[in-house]
Design a protein around this ligand. Structure first.
Ligand SMILES: Cc1ncc(COP(=O)(O)O)c(C=O)c1O
Length: 437
């Protein structure tokens, strides 16, 4: 039975467990780990570039940016023992192009994949707007396909159903750091001749069946925005193999050709270059990337174990093919029925009062009016059918937009002993709201 209304807080206090939202003591006091966490090595690396005056990647700063690109590509390159991807030629060398943001990475990759007016691009509706807006900038139309309940990543069967003769690319999002089903999606795209552009903005270092994200698809796209696991405030990267990755390089560098003349522009491209300051910061950060990844994994494992005992809190359940999860977010579904009928908003408020930061996450992107307007305009100009987003069958994503909760990765860095306070706070709220009065 739910404890609500006048007297509820007093009744809970009698049980010695007054919720912090009702004036009781919080489960967790003090700050969680800050993010980003600048180190002396990062400061020194940036200072070196500042003092050298080698700031621009189109000039003398190119060496710093290329060193980061090399290291980032190596981090995501498949080992010889990894399964093959039908979209990557056997033995192809993975390259990376550093750029200005994850949004820019997605636009560059889709443009290099040939996406343009009249084309359709299949995307999930449970994601950040850039996943869909990238193809809108190119005059194409996003088509929304539903996500899988176990990961909230694009469902290959839903992709099949959403496919039309206009489908030019598929953009799965590795939501929260968990890879989408890259085996099924790469096979489908290879079979039907479409590009697979991985939105790996939340998933650097993650892997599906031992093969890193960014090495399965035609291209992989990453973000180094401040909240991300690898961060330079802003920044992005595209991974892929030649000749596609060379086209990305040209498109991000005002249409220049690698090794070509400064004023030689065989095609039209934007300036989406990363500065050497960002690259130096990222290169230094790579030195502790593995350590931080392991700490997130340990934190997530401790939290999963503790949450197994909390009714109504249902963490996502990645399949065994997810051999590495980047844990950018710790996402779970909230069941109000197990919390005395209290809403997600009430739960998040109570959890915040207990000292545990969490948020409600995405709304359904297919319902965004700006996306709908631009998609309709692009369809009309490109001669594509008018998108009917209101008719799209998206039950899993729609439910997630209502009941999913997120904790950001810095909480997982707190250490196994401290992170379980988040589960203790949820259990406390659950008990308080279901205790017989
Ligand atoms: C899934 C996803 N896609 C794309 C982006 C865009 O990246 P950026 O903010 O670097 O443009 C982000 C991050 O914000 C993201 O989380």
């Amino acid at each position: 039975m739910s404890l609500r209304g006048p007297g509820a807080a007093e009744a809970q206090a009698q049980h010695g467990e007054r919720l912090a939202v009702d004036g009781g003591p919080p489960v967790h006091r003090g700050p969680w780990p800050a993010w980003p966490q600048p180190t002396e090595a990062e400061e020194a690396a940036v200072l070196r570039v500042v003092r050298d005056g080698t700031w621009c990647s189109a000039a003398r700063g190119v060496r710093v940016v290329e060193a980061f690109e090399e290291a980032f590509a190596t981090l995501h390159a498949a080992s010889p023992a990894a399964p093959a991807s039908p979209l990557q030629p056997e033995g192809a060398r993975l390259g990376a192009v550093a750029c200005s943001s994850g949004t820019a990475a997605l636009i560059l990759a889709l443009e290099a994949a040939g996406v343009g007016p009249g084309d359709e691009v299949i995307v999930p509706p449970y994601t950040f707007i850039a996943t869909a807006s990238a193809c809108l900038f190119l005059g194409a139309v996003p088509v929304f396909a539903d996500v899988e309940p176990r990961t909230l990543c694009l469902d290959p069967e839903a992709v099949r159903r959403a496919w039309t003769p206009r489908t030019k690319a598929v953009v799965p999002v590795h939501f929260a750091g968990c890879p989408a089903d890259l085996g099924a999606l790469s096979a489908l795209c290879a079979e039907r001749g479409a590009a697979l552009v991985e939105d790996a903005c939340q998933a650097p270092g993650a892997a599906w069946r031992g093969r890193p994200v960014g090495s399965w698809g035609t291209f992989g796209c990453f973000s180094f925005q401040e909240s991300k696991n690898l961060s330079a405030g802003e920044g992005g990267a595209v991974t892929g193999s030649a000749p596609g990755i060379d086209l990305v390089w040209s498109l991000h560098n005002v249409g220049r050709q690698r090794g070509g003349a400064w004023y030689g522009h065989p095609r039209i491209g934007q300036n989406a270059r990363m500065t050497a300051l960002q690259a130096a910061l990222l290169q230094a950060q790579l030195g502790r990337f593995e350590d931080l990844a392991r700490r997130r994994e340990a934190g997530a494992a401790a939290l999963l174990e503790a949450l197994a005992a909390v009714p109504g809190i249902l963490p996502l359940a990645p399949p065994p093919e997810v051999t590495r999860h980047a844990w950018h977010l710790f996402a779970f579904r909230f069941d109000p029925a197990a919390f005395g009928g209290h809403s997600r908003a009430e739960f998040l408020r109570a959890l915040g009062a207990e000292g545990v930061p969490a948020s409600a996450g995405y709304t359904l992107l297919s319902g965004n009016e700006a996306v709908q307007r631009r998609a309709r305009a692009n369809a009309a100009r490109g001669g594509a059918p008018e998108p009917r987003y209101e008719d799209a069958p998206l039950p899993v994503a729609a439910a997630a937009a209502q009941d999913c909760c997120w904790m950001a990765h810095p909480v997982l860095l707190a250490g196994e002993g401290e992170v379980v306070a988040a589960a203790a706070a949820m259990a406390k709220i659950q008990r308080a709201w279901t205790r017989a009065g």
